[in-house]
Design a protein around this ligand. Structure first.
Ligand code: CUA
Length: 316
């Protein structure tokens, strides 16, 4: 990073400039509103100080027009900023469909990341320039928060839940990754870096290192090893729901509810199988809580996704 004084870290993602504009607008608006009030306080204090010769006759007891103006003009301005910010916020959670997924597991006190091809990293994330990247994140212990100041993104990483973030890097180089939620003794040391590379370099990097099975292939292996296929395979004699192309499918449950299958639903079905029992089936599946790591849950979900995802957007 270059020297000199900067109020903000360099802006290195497609959304960073937009967030900076929004922040500037909010600062200006509250700055003008705050300073105007202070200036009037000072002005009136001096003008109407005890003993001053200000004209105190004919003071109006009410001024409807001025009251309406100072109520509705600021109200409209602040609502406009609210609308702008809310719009940006929704964009932050709607990843582009071509975004490259990366799976993130946080723990005290490190970041574990896995790419689709099975390449794993710790406290480091390599991504290609100009390519939207979508992070799917969870924690295996306490709440952490994935924070990249240069990209202007931050999202809590919560145990038992999947949260997502997405960004498009617009500058090559290395950028700080911090944990932004106090998570215990070494919270401050839970740091890493995002390395943005040219797409060719990134492709070479992805292929380098030990050959690994892709995350979905690893998931298939786990699916067999944990015995899931014993009941859920189409040709199995045990009566269990077919998981083929499950993601995005509408599932009807025994208690009359229905839902659209997403990652969280699959995760819950593995760890809390009694929670959402599919209509027409007995609640006989044992819980796998404590037996499958967060990384392996991601892999199993990606295996199921590889059999078909009817509605890629369902999983946002
Ligand atoms: Cu993890 Cu703070």
């Amino acid at each position: 990073m270059n020297g000199g004084f900067h109020l903000l870290p360099p802006a290195a993602s497609a959304a960073a400039g937009r967030f900076d504009h929004l922040m500037l607008a909010v600062l200006l608006l509250i700055g003008i509103a705050g300073l105007s009030v202070m200036a009037l306080i000072v002005y009136f204090s001096i003008r109407y100080r005890k003993g001053s010769r200000a004209d105190r006759t004919h003071a109006p007891s009410q001024g409807r027009r001025i009251e309406e103006e100072w109520t509705f003009i600021p109200l409209l301005l602040f609502l406009a900023v609210f609308g702008w910010a809310a719009w940006e916020y929704t964009l932050l959670y709607r990843a582009r469909p071509d975004a490259m997924p990366v799976f993130v597991v946080a723990r005290q006190w490190m970041w574990k990341l896995e790419h689709v091809n099975g390449r794993r990293e710790i406290d480091e994330l390599h991504v290609p320039l100009g390519q939207p990247v979508r992070l799917v994140m969870t924690s295996q212990d306490v709440i952490h928060s994935f924070y990249v100041p240069a990209f202007r993104i931050k999202q809590d990483v919560v145990p038992g839940r999947y949260t997502t973030l997405w960004f498009t890097p617009t500058k090559t180089g290395e950028f700080h990754l911090f944990c932004a939620e106090y998570c215990g003794t070494d919270h401050a040391a839970m740091r890493g870096r995002i390395v943005v590379m040219h797409p060719d370099e990134f492709a070479a990097w992805m292929q380098s290192g030990q050959a690994q099975p892709g995350i979905a292939a690893r998931g298939f292996e786990l699916f067999r090893r944990h015995g899931c296929s014993g009941c859920h395979a189409a040709q199995s004699s045990v009566h269990a729901p077919d998981l083929n192309a499950l993601l995005g499918r509408t599932v009807h449950l025994q208690d009359g509810r229905s839902l659209v299958a997403d990652s969280a639903y699959i995760r819950d079905s593995i760890l809390l199988p009694k929670k959402d029992v599919v209509a027409g089936y007995e609640p006989v599946m044992p819980s796998f809580a404590g037996q499958i790591s967060e990384e392996d849950l991601f892999a199993i979900i990606e295996y199921i996704r590889s059999t078909g995802d009817r509605h890629a957007r369902a999983d946002q």
